[in-house]
Ligand binder design. Sequence first.
Ligand code: SAH
Length: 343
Amino acid sequence: MKKNIKNYDLDNLKEELKLIGEKPFRAEQIFKWIYQDKASSFDEMTNLSLELRKKLDENYTLGNFKIVHKLVSVDGTKKYLFDLQDGERNLIESVLMEYHHGYTICVSSQIGCKMGCKFCASTGIPFSRSLEPGEIVEQLLAIEKDCNIKISNIVFMGIGEPLDNFENVMESIKIVNNPKGLNIGARHISISTSGIVPRIYELADKHMQCTLSVSLHSSNNKTRSSMMPINNCYPIEELMEACKYYISKTNKRISFEYALAKDNNDNLEDAKDLVKLLKGMLAHVNLIPINKIDDGKYTKSTNENIIKFRDYLNDHGIVATIRRELGSDIAAACGQLRKQNLK
Ligand code: SAH
């Protein structure tokens, strides 16, 4: 079984090469070929001897994906469906968004998701497995190559729960951080979680500079549990304790995501509860007009309600913004494209 060479950061790649009797400086050359020159075969690495290229090919793969679908929105957002070429016909999605400050990629961290959030398109299709670090990184490489661009920001908001694939997500961040590779600093990376409390503590203790986003969606346990089964395991009180610990350790603001669904969590009483919950915290609220999924019971709040909700938060000392809806014409809510292709 060949190993995916993109699973290794530069230091680990040096160790790997020692195992096949090569000098560590070769690792830097290979790293450059992969992350700067976007080589998709060892044969392209022309400053390596033919013998070494052959040896690499015998021991490793480059883990290239195949683009199954590419959808382009009127707003320029691009959505990719990738086949992982792992012999299992595993499919994942990634989305590329263009903002004034550069390109942001929304990456998947797992093939499917175990969290079961009721409003999310990733629910209802079977969970296959977690992605390896190289498979997370490949999403960036494949898109940078396809569009001939440089991605500046990463959000872990595609399919999967990143904190349920903790080690591999951390490893993938180490790989993209490397200045000799993709050179994307931790400050340009956001991790979004449904609220796996023990992993939030673990993340806090790592003192990373990534932004943490927490999918809150309601400030009362009854409503949150009805939307997100994970709340039965880690209720709001425990989640907020973990968030406060995270803030005290990192001194970083947490972004709370709140998907507004009509007559579910979008009235002024909900806004009042949210103010009470977040008062005094280093926090920001990201309001998301809920994206209705097939056979989902939640529908989008009216624009009027969304604006009222935001204004109430802002008037009461909680910074809140409404997320721009990018790519809504191409089913950009996570999991939608994969679901259509598995039917
Ligand atoms: N598992 C992680 C990241 C994946 S989703 C998490 O739960 O945070 C990224 C964000 O999109 C989360 O806040 C999620 O709750 C939200 N989301 C998922 N489906 C949505 C939908 N149909 N409409 C609006 N937001 C949605």
